[in-house]
Design a protein around this ligand. Structure first.
Ligand code: TMP
Length: 206
């Protein structure tokens, strides 16, 4: 049984991650590849509901406490994610641990401390960074509704993302037309499947 791939979309707020991750899952399904869409934070769980309360500014939490809740929200999904990947399902994930570190480090929490609770989580095979300048993101519908959607903060978050990139990341110009972005992502995804076919690598950890 060939394992599924773990494909991750990261980026600043309103960069088009949700649109593109949804389209990718649809396209994989259409081509006969079993794929599942996951989104972090998963606001449906008990922990996710606490996170939602914080993001929508209904409740207050310290920077450290919300950081740990975001991480716990990933940990509670880990067993199912591993089982899915092992059973051949490709996971397309909308935000993950890199968002966790980028957003908390942008609040000036210690970078090493921010990374610590996510150590041991499953690592993605490919990361697509949807790159948009916060000034352009601010023009998109609904911007400003949640706690982090502020220009200066998003600029800082973007810098933190760039500091974490390695060769498994691709920077995608999120200002382009959605169809063009989708085509680019399909090319990169096919390449990732080909690489996995050749390497047969096992799932690694953060
Ligand atoms: P969303 O808009 O993709 O649902 O994400 C909600 C917000 O939460 C977004 O501003 C990014 C932020 N976030 C963190 O601060 N830490 C995390 O670990 C994750 C996954 C998201």
């Amino acid at each position: 049984m060939t394992r599924g791939l773990f494909i991750l979309f990261e980026g600043c707020d309103r960069s088009g991650k949700t649109t593109q991750s949804t389209r990718l899952v649809q396209a994989l399904d259409d081509s006969g590849i079993k794929a599942k869409l996951l989104k972090f934070p998963d606001r449906t769980t008990a922990i996710g509901k606490m996170i939602d309360g914080y993001l929508t500014q209904k409740s207050k939490l310290s920077d450290e406490a919300i950081h740990l809740l975001f991480s716990a929200n990933r940990w509670e999904a880990m067993n199912q994610m591993r089982a899915d990947l092992e059973s051949g399902i490709t996971l397309v994930v909308d935000r993950y641990a890199f968002s966790g570190v980028a957003f908390s480090a942008a609040k000036k929490l210690d970078f090493k401390w921010c990374k610590a609770p996510d150590v041991g989580l499953l690592a993605p095979d490919r990361v697509f960074f949807m790159d948009i300048h916060p000034d352009d993101a601010a023009k998109r519908d609904g911007y400003g509704e949640e706690i982090y959607e502020k220009r200066e903060f998003q600029i800082e978050v973007r810098v933190k993302f760039f500091s974490m990139m390695d060769s498994s990341w691709s920077v995608v110009d999120a200002n382009k037309d959605a169809d063009e972005i989708h085509r680019q992502i399909m090319v990169l995804t096919k390449r990732a499947f080909k690489k996995q076919e050749e390497d047969q690598s096992s799932i690694s950890s953060l």
